[in-house]
Design a protein around this ligand. Structure first.
Ligand SMILES: Cc1cc2nc3c(=O)[nH]c(=O)nc-3n(C[C@H](O)[C@H](O)[C@H](O)COP(=O)(O)OP(=O)(O)OC[C@H]3O[C@@H](n4cnc5c(N)ncnc54)[C@H](O)[C@@H]3O)c2cc1C
Length: 324
């Protein structure tokens, strides 16, 4: 049974993360080269409820491994089961989130499989797959082939549309957890220090409002009301993060998070290539910058040349007025 296996990502309370839908699209694109069908594997402490959510995407099977020891993700505990289930597939794919980037190389190593990470496209050449992926810090894209019988890849979320439910109902099949090896004995989950925010999660949000170095210490004072009015997540440029105006996990870009919301509002961000690498696939890009020659305007759908300290409060007030 060649075929493709999508490794789903879920929250600890058993909800499918939107990121998973990009990996499904990747697998669907690769199908002509891998036998025409894909299955989905979902692991976790509450994996069954997530599995139910995944039955309508046209998968041949939804394989579910629910186990209390998988309640908190660690690569060492997840990889043995993913590798055991995945060894009979031609292609294993997850989205290149923090978890996907952590887990899939380990799975590839266990399977002696070739690995293509952070792919921006997958191309079918007869019965072979070619993976397009960034190289040299995103300055060039290379197209690579893997020659191993099992191949492992991660998909860059912003480059693949979210798969839409096709209305079918895939059978759900339980799979046993594989006992972790010696590596897992050296690792234990202690706690998760998640930033508590009323804002949506950056990589899942429909709208992102991002700020640059120019906003200085007033970063949240300026951005929060606008984000509130738009129901948006807040992002930041690396310069804003490096200057200490925003926490590190707000960073968008090549060395931060990759986002592709329906609306991305870049405020006081110059548009350096490394920032653009993280948001260029946004559906609509709005830029506010006082420099008419700022590179961000080259990729913006709508641009406003203005002082952000005047434009953002005015925009926020107008949005609030319209919302009533
Ligand atoms: C290996 C590497 C990886 C990197 N990774 C990332 C990454 O992941 N993400 C990232 O963002 N960067 C990254 N960078 C940094 C990147 O090159 C830029 O330095 C950074 O994005 C610039 O941030 P900025 O736009 O906030 O600041 P600046 O480049 O300083 O731009 C500030 C902008 O604000 C405008 N401005 C100033 N005052 C106002 C005002 N009052 N009203 C309106 N506009 C105003 C200016 O005209 C300017 O365009 C990386 C760099 C390297 C070398």
């Amino acid at each position: 049974m060649p075929h493709a296996l999508v490794v789903a990502e879920i929250t600890e309370d058993g909800k499918v993360k939107k990121a998973t839908l990009a990996a499904i699209t990747f697998a669907q694109k690769a199908l002509p080269a891998v036998g025409g069908a894909f299955s989905i594997l979902v692991l976790g402490g509450a994996a069954r409820s997530a599995a139910a959510e995944l039955t309508s995407f046209g998968a041949q099977k939804v394989l579910v491994c629910e186990d209390p020891t998988l309640a908190h993700y660690t690569a060492e505990h997840y990889a043995p089961t993913v590798a055991e289930v995945g060894k009979s597939f031609a292609l294993l794919v997850a989205t290149a989130t923090s978890q996907g980037k952590d887990l899939m190389p380990r799975v590839a190593a266990r399977l002696d499989a070739g690995f293509a990470g952070d792919c921006s496209d997958v191309l079918v050449e007869g019965t072979a797959l070619r993976y397009k992926r960034p190289m040299y810090a995103g300055n060039v894209f290379g197209t690579v082939e893997l020659t191993t019988p099992v191949q492992v890849a991660t998909a860059r979320q912003s480059e693949f549309d979210a798969a839409a439910p096709s209305g079918g109902s895939s059978p759900v099949e339980a799979v046993a957890k594989v006992a972790p090896g010696a590596a897992a004995a050296r690792v234990d989950y202690v706690s998760l220090e998640a930033v508590k925010s009323e804002r949506p999660e950056l990589t899942e949000a429909r709208v992102v409002v991002s700020g640059g170095r120019a906003i200085k210490e007033q970063f949240f004072q300026v951005l929060e009301p606008l984000a509130q009015a738009l129901g948006a997540a807040i992002g930041a440029s690396r310069a804003a993060v490096d200057a200490g105006y925003a926490p590190g996990d707000y960073q968008v870009g090549q060395t931060g998070k990759i986002v592709a919301p329906e609306l991305y509002v870049a405020i006081g961000i110059s548009g350096a290539i490394q920032h653009i690498a993280g948001m260029k696939s946004s559906k609509v890009i709005v830029a506010i910058n006082k420099d008419a020659d700022a590179p961000i305007f080259q990729i913006a759908d709508y641009g406003l040349v203005a002082d952000l300290f005047q434009a953002v409060p005015a925009l926020t007030a107008e949005l609030k007025k319209r919302k009533g």
